[in-house]
Ligand binder design. Sequence first.
Ligand SMILES: Cc1cc2nc3c(=O)[nH]c(=O)nc-3n(C[C@H](O)[C@H](O)[C@H](O)COP(=O)(O)O)c2cc1C
Length: 198
Amino acid sequence: MKILHLISSPRGEASFSIKLGNAIVEKLQEANPGNTLTVHDLTNTPFPHLEEVHINSFFTPKENHTAELTAAIKHSDEAIAELEDSDVIVIGVPMYNFGIASTLKAWIDHIARAGKTFRYSENGPKGLVKNKKVYLAISSGGVYSEGPMKPYDFTESYLRAVLGFMGMTDVTVYRAEGVSVPGLKDLALDKAIESIAI
Ligand SMILES: Cc1cc2nc3c(=O)[nH]c(=O)nc-3n(C[C@H](O)[C@H](O)[C@H](O)COP(=O)(O)O)c2cc1C
């Protein structure tokens, strides 16, 4: 089994989403000895925002690619190959302004490609990335799994939608939440780690 751990917090050892992601990876490794792990820190070498050249490269058949278009699609091809090569994807998700970090969004913009990871058919869109298990390790200052702030969480709903669109429908969510809330913050990570069922 090949595990891919994507990191999108720039906070290194202080990051709750990284710690929670690491705990998920550890449990996966305990349950499945002999698996391989690739850690991809999206904050070290961020994917570029989509510019005209990237879009042109996505929609131009490969045989017609210029050197510029070939260079522009390299990130996307590599990210899709890495994704396809993995069985389990653990995604660390710090909540920023009710949504995901832009580094993670940029990764999604490079992997969501018509004809590669999804396609349109007469019966609507079809996801082409199959047989993946996805774990989301979400960390947030407030509480969003229940209570008045629940409708403000655009991390889980967005990721379920966009990953599902590409065929990744088996998604389990763990949350270290309330990390800024007095009375909750001290136990938020421990509670999240205890909730991991693998
Ligand atoms: C730029 C920024 C925006 C944030 N926006 C929110 C937010 O909208 N809601 C929230 O509950 N917490 C918010 N937080 C708090 C983070 O979600 C929280 O600190 C989380 O643990 C960050 O993930 P990390 O520990 O993996 O870096 C924000 C933090 C930063 C730095």
